[in-house]
Ligand binder design. Structure first.
Ligand SMILES: Cc1c2[nH]c(c1CCC(=O)O)Cc1[nH]c(c(CCC(=O)O)c1C)Cc1[nH]c(c(CCC(=O)O)c1C)Cc1[nH]c(c(C)c1CCC(=O)O)C2
Length: 344
């Protein structure tokens, strides 16, 4: 089968003259049109659960910039909510959830079949997007990886060092593993539905993988991602998986083989030349540009973009940032990055 979409070609292992490009958080608060649609929806969660408006914000950066991929507009914390956690967002601070730290609370989570009652609007967004996206644009679905989702469910919010999750892991391993297992099963069911609705690629965000030390990194970042990837490969052969164990450092080496992912996303904590030698050697890589360049722009942005393209030019590569674009970014700098990638 000949693969036309550039993102799918890179994910299949092809080295392209110009890397395809998309950007984490490309639909976000740095764009005035996003802020307008979010205001129309009322708040962030109402936007996530409104298929027409969620599809609209997903399409906005495609219209403005012509990225090679669109990422479904949703959030990694919708799955905990679907499992029964209360979820809300505090303006200027971030997410808040009801916490889960005991066997009783674990037993009260909803059964897997029930998650779709909450998540159906997300699948509806995917369906709209698969109709409305330009034919050359790849649609990426996503979920949080189990460790990262567990850190929020256990602490009830984002934490600098994921202390509460590490504490539960040390104090009550059975409950901790019960939580990560439930998230793993839920993620397989959630991503399967996204794929059935039209997602062509899925990405697992393990934003807090970096705080897992020693064996814990293998046990709680790599293994759950491997389980999810294997289950999806079996149910939906041919759908590529991108794994993003953020902050893995030198442990990025071997992540393709250990997880079975088709692509490994690297943050900005590793050098591109190092990642070419140690990570891209095993398959497609994505990421690495510091998102602060989207704020500062200028010649530094151009030089860094070129340096990353050069470092990854000998293998499959998807251009992206090392983490999400921030609200203070200048939309013109995004265009400068794209022009540099595409125009040299
Ligand atoms: C940890 C995490 C979350 N969500 C996500 C992660 C993993 C990636 C990462 O490390 O950033 C992933 C995510 N969140 C969002 C997407 C949509 C797709 C995309 O454009 O990348 C994706 C893939 C939308 C969002 N998710 C959120 C926003 C901002 C909400 C708003 O409009 O106010 C967006 C566009 C809110 C959110 N959601 C989350 C936090 C901590 C916050 C608050 C921080 C912030 O305000 O930036 C949880």
């Amino acid at each position: 089968m000949t693969q036309q979409k550039t993102i799918l070609r890179a994910l299949a292992g092809e080295t392209l003259d110009t890397p395809p490009i998309w950007m984490m958080r490309q639909a976000g608060r740095y764009l005035p049109e996003y802020k307008a649609t979010r205001a129309q929806a009322g708040d962030f969660l109402s936007l996530c659960y409104n298929p027409e408006l969620a599809a609209e914000v997903t399409l906005q950066p495609i219209r403005r910039y012509g990225f090679d991929a669109a990422i479904l507009f949703a959030d990694i914390l919708l799955l905990p909510q679907a499992l029964g956690a209360d979820l809300w967002f505090v303006t200027g601070e971030g997410p808040r959830l009801s916490t889960i730290t005991s066997a009783d609370e674990l037993a009260q989570l909803k059964p897997l079949e029930a998650i779709h009652d909450t998540l159906n609007p997300v699948y509806e967004t995917v369906k709209i997007l698969s109709q409305e996206l330009p034919k050359e644009t790849t649609l990426i679905g996503f979920a949080g990886a189990p460790w990262t989702v567990a850190t929020y469910m256990i602490a009830g919010q984002g934490t600098p060092d994921q202390g509460p999750a590490h504490a539960l892991k040390a104090e009550n391993r059975a409950v901790f593993e019960g939580i990560t297992d439930r998230i793993t099963e839920g993620t397989i069911a959630y991503l399967s539905k996204q794929i059935e609705a039209g997602a062509e690629v899925v990405k697992l965000f393990d934003s807090w993988a970096g705080s897992l030390q020693g064996e814990d990194f293998t046990e709680f970042s790599i293994k759950p991602m491997q389980r999810i990837t294997a289950a999806l490969n079996e149910k939906h052969p041919g759908i590529p998986v991108i794994a993003f164990p953020r902050g893995a450092g030198e442990r990025y080496t071997g992540v393709h083989a250990a997880t079975g992912a088709d692509c490994v996303a690297v943050d900005d904590g590793v050098d591109a030349a190092w990642a070419a030698e140690h990570v891209q050697v095993d398959g497609c890589v994505q990421g690495n540009l510091k998102s602060s360049h989207m704020v500062t722009g200028g010649q530094d942005l151009v030089n860094e973009t070129r340096r990353i393209c050069d470092a990854f030019s000998k293998g499959p590569h998807i251009f992206n940032l090392g983490h999400g674009i921030t609200p203070d970014a200048n939309p013109d700098n995004v265009q400068l990055m794209i022009d540099t990638v595409r125009g040299g």
